[in-house]
Design a protein. Sequence first.
Length: 359
Amino acid sequence: MLIGICGSICSGKKTVAQYLVEHHGFKRLHLRSDSKGANGVRSSPTEEAAVSDSAAQGSNSSKSLVVRGRHESHTFDTAEALLDFVTLSWRSRFVTTDVPTEKVLDVFLRRPFVMLISTDAPLLVRWRRHTARAEAVGAGALSLEDFAAENDTHLYCPQRGLQPLISRATVRLLNTSPSLAHLYATLGKLDIPNPERLRPGWDTYFMSLASLAAHRSNCMKRRVGCVLVGEGKRVLSTGYNGTPRGLRNCADGGCPRCNSGNSSGVGLSTCLCIHAEENALLEAGRERIRGGSVLYCDTCPCLTCSIKICQVGISEVVYAHGYSMDTETAAVFRQAGVKLRQFTPPPNGLIHLENMELY
């Protein structure tokens, strides 16, 4: 595994890397400075500080630099050389903060064991970190205006800005942690090295297909997607909710019930939309559904769909999000011997480390 970390000034990317070294056995890898390509931004005294606002926190960061020297690291002249080194030991864990351009990232992403993480924080938080770190090392701190200008160049320079690179990160950490201990604790909850982020497991894979199918739906009430999986992990069919063939699409007024103001679960008997699960079952056909078939749905099936799922012999239903009839659906499945479980994949996207919420 190779994790690359990029980020804005004073967002804590090297501290995140150090956490992986200290707590998950990662080894640091580096690119020589002349191989990275200048990004037009001079180094800030606290560009990589993890936390701010106290001299004690600054001294803790300095101490981590001493500890850091006792861990193995390697330096390479080119991104290709670094990648070749990792390829020979790809089952080991490596981390680098030297991902200066999309060109370097594209080299790394040739391999399936590479993941990019970005770090960020509000501008004022990062400026305070810069100021605290500068005072700790006896250097001059930038004014807020100069720091903002440097930050804008670092991120948005048309030729060398890092924002396009940061936007490609699988996990984007919003680091507003007030202390190093707090940051490490929240990173521990996140489980960054989870292999599901590199190669999705079957649950993640099929649930992603269900979510993709949901994007085809134009139901005015709720978009739902479904995937029916048979023996050997083979996709039998997919489905999404909407009006039947020959009828106007729901978004065009084809279903009066969905276009009304009724709340969830009200007036279902007058709904003209076929549910995602129904479409998947109809597409597969009864003769293709065997014992052991699993239905993945991004929303828990309603009561009406649950009895049809039982009738065709589905063995297991996996869902991502709850619905207003979960209790009734669970009772039907329990009586029929159909396994029902909820699946939540490891969080990706923008994650606020202070409260671990996914946006």
